[in-house]
Design a protein around this ligand. Structure first.
Ligand code: HEC
Length: 120
């Protein structure tokens, strides 16, 4: 996590001018990742979402997308491309996984970047 964090920090500082573009790209990927948008099952901010309630042999069950905005990068990275029942497989690239993780944690990254402003 620390390594990735430093990586993002370096990226954000060196790309401060194209900041909006990165935000848009990250948001675009989260909403339209070559398939069904993550937000439809995991919520707009990755907070988790109830998808459906159904009855199974008289018992009420829920089908829900877990919260995905509190995972470490390692967990996120390992899980996002694995076979998960109820979730499409996306075959995301390393870069796409990093961008999605950034999207879900962008406020933390932005706060950290503000503490270390760009120095020319
Ligand atoms: C059709 C619904 C659906 C979509 C779309 C979807 N997911 Fe999921 N996802 C699930 C379900 C269901 C689980 C498993 C929840 C459980 O185990 O209880 C899951 C699990 C996960 C997990 C593992 C969470 C954990 O703690 O085990 C991650 C990470 C994840 N999804 C990321 C994503 C990302 C990123 C996207 C978009 C690229 C996405 N998902 C799109 C339904 C979806």
């Amino acid at each position: 996590m620390r390594g990735v964090f430093v990586l993002f920090l370096a990226f954000m500082i060196s790309h401060a001018d194209s900041f909006i573009t990165k935000e848009e790209y990250a948001s675009g990927l989260y909403h339209n990742p070559r398939g069904v948008g993550c937000h439809l099952c995991h919520g707009e901010a990755g907070e988790g979402k109830l998808i459906a309630r159904y009855k199974d042999e008289g018992e009420m069950k829920v089908f829900a997308g877990k919260p995905i905005n509190k995972l470490s990068f390692k967990e996120f990275d390992e899980k996002v491309n694995s076979r998960i029942v109820g979730m499409p497989r996306y075959y995301l690239t390393d870069n796409e996984i990093q961008i999605l993780y950034y999207y879900l944690h962008r406020e933390e990254f932005q706060r950290a970047a503000q503490k270390h402003p760009k120095t020319h």
